[in-house]
Design a protein around this ligand. Structure first.
Ligand code: ADP
Ligand code: MG
Length: 324
């Protein structure tokens, strides 16, 4: 099968068609229409075999993660996703792999009401690059740089799960209970991009970031961007039942929660006057959020507390994942 047949067979039958796509896959470039008065948010992420996914990862998991990490970036900007581009590198034309991969991409585009509008297909080591674009009203885009001293620090969902799932898959963590290991492995393979939480935070949050590299490392980006500091109450960190039961040792569980990457939860700051509106909106959507601390004026300092006592990790080597 040649490149053109491959594209035709797997990427030209969108399950979800948007009105703002004038020309999708098939010509030299896509033509799309940005709604009047809105900004266009654009983000790209590459997933490489061996770096971002294990060689045994299923095509469905790879497709899911490639979309999720990109939509998570849009969510962190308060943007509503609209279009994706897909650059795919594969060693050979494996019809079964491509069929499962493209079906999952198609299903997810329908689920998120987005459209695949183009891409590229090349032969090489397995790699998936997705560029996602979405819209955000100018007055309510979210960045890393608006946090102010006194703002409350909040997290969606739970942290540390994906890292524990990955450690289990790599044989570095034993999990006796199959339902716990299933849950944690799923959090690694199928992270939930917090798309609705992101748009809900428009006008409410002063800053926002998604947790891809680990809570502390990503918090550092907010601290730097906003020129502030933060207090984090470690005893308040949302830890899933599965992670808590798997790792009864608190410090070890906290290490996963603070430095484990790939959870794709949102970390954001909320001024006191918006706290109730935010909590009410999130509760209406059944989106779990937890207050884990507060922004301070101590520029560049992250003050970790456990039961109100200063705390520092013994075991921590880095703050999170870094490529170089
Ligand atoms: P060109 O050589 O002009 O760059 P290609 O042959 O690479 O065009 O692609 C033809 C069309 O198919 C383009 O619209 C391109 O965006 C689309 N396309 C190529 N690969 C993919 C892919 N993996 N997923 C979605 N669209 C793709
Ligand atoms: Mg061309």
């Amino acid at each position: 099968m040649n490149e053109f047949a491959l594209i035709r067979d797997y990427f030209t039958r969108p399950k979800f068609v948007r009105k703002d796509v004038i020309l999708g896959v098939g010509d030299d470039a896509a033509i799309t229409q940005v709604p009047q008065g809105q900004y266009l948010a654009t983000t790209t992420d590459t997933l490489l075999e061996g770096v971002h996914f294990l060689p045994e990862a299923s095509p469905e998991a790879i497709a899911h993660k490639a979309i999720a990490v990109n939509l998570s970036d849009l969510a962190a900007m308060g943007a509503e996703p609209a279009w994706i581009n897909l650059s795919l590198s594969v060693e050979q034309v494996d019809q079964s792999w491509l069929s499962k991969f493209s079906t999952k991409i198609n299903d997810l585009t329908q689920y998120f009401s987005i459209q695949l509008i183009g891409g590229d297909t090349v032969k090489g080591k397995t790699a998936v690059t997705i560029t996602a674009q979405g819209f955000v009203p100018p007055e309510s885009m979210l960045t890393r740089s608006g946090a102010n001293p006194g703002d409350w620090l909040f997290l969606t969902g739970t942290v540390g799960d994906a890292a524990a799932g990955l450690a289990f898959l790599k044989g570095q963590l034993e999990i006796a209970d199959a339902s716990a290991s299933d849950y944690l492995v799923n959090r690694h393979y199928f992270p939930t991009p917090r798309v609705l939480a992101g748009t809900t935070l428009r006008r409410l949050a002063t800053s926002c970031i998604d947790i891809s590299d680990g809570l502390l490392q990503d918090l550092e980006h907010i601290i730097e961007g906003s020129k502030v500091g933060a207090i984090v109450h470690l005893d308040k960190l949302p830890i899933s039942q599965a992670l808590g039961e798997t790792i009864p040792d608190l410090e070890q569980a906290l290490t996963y929660a603070c430095t484990g990457g790939d959870d794709y939860e949102l970390l954001f700051t909320i001024p006191e006057e918006h706290r109730v509106s935010m909590e009410t909106a999130m509760a209406n959507y059944h989106l779990p959020v937890t207050c884990i601390g507060q922004i301070t004026g101590a520029q560049g300092k992250i003050d970790l507390r456990l039961n109100d006592q200063a705390f520092s990790f013994v075991a921590i080597e880095g703050k999170g994942y870094q490529h170089f």
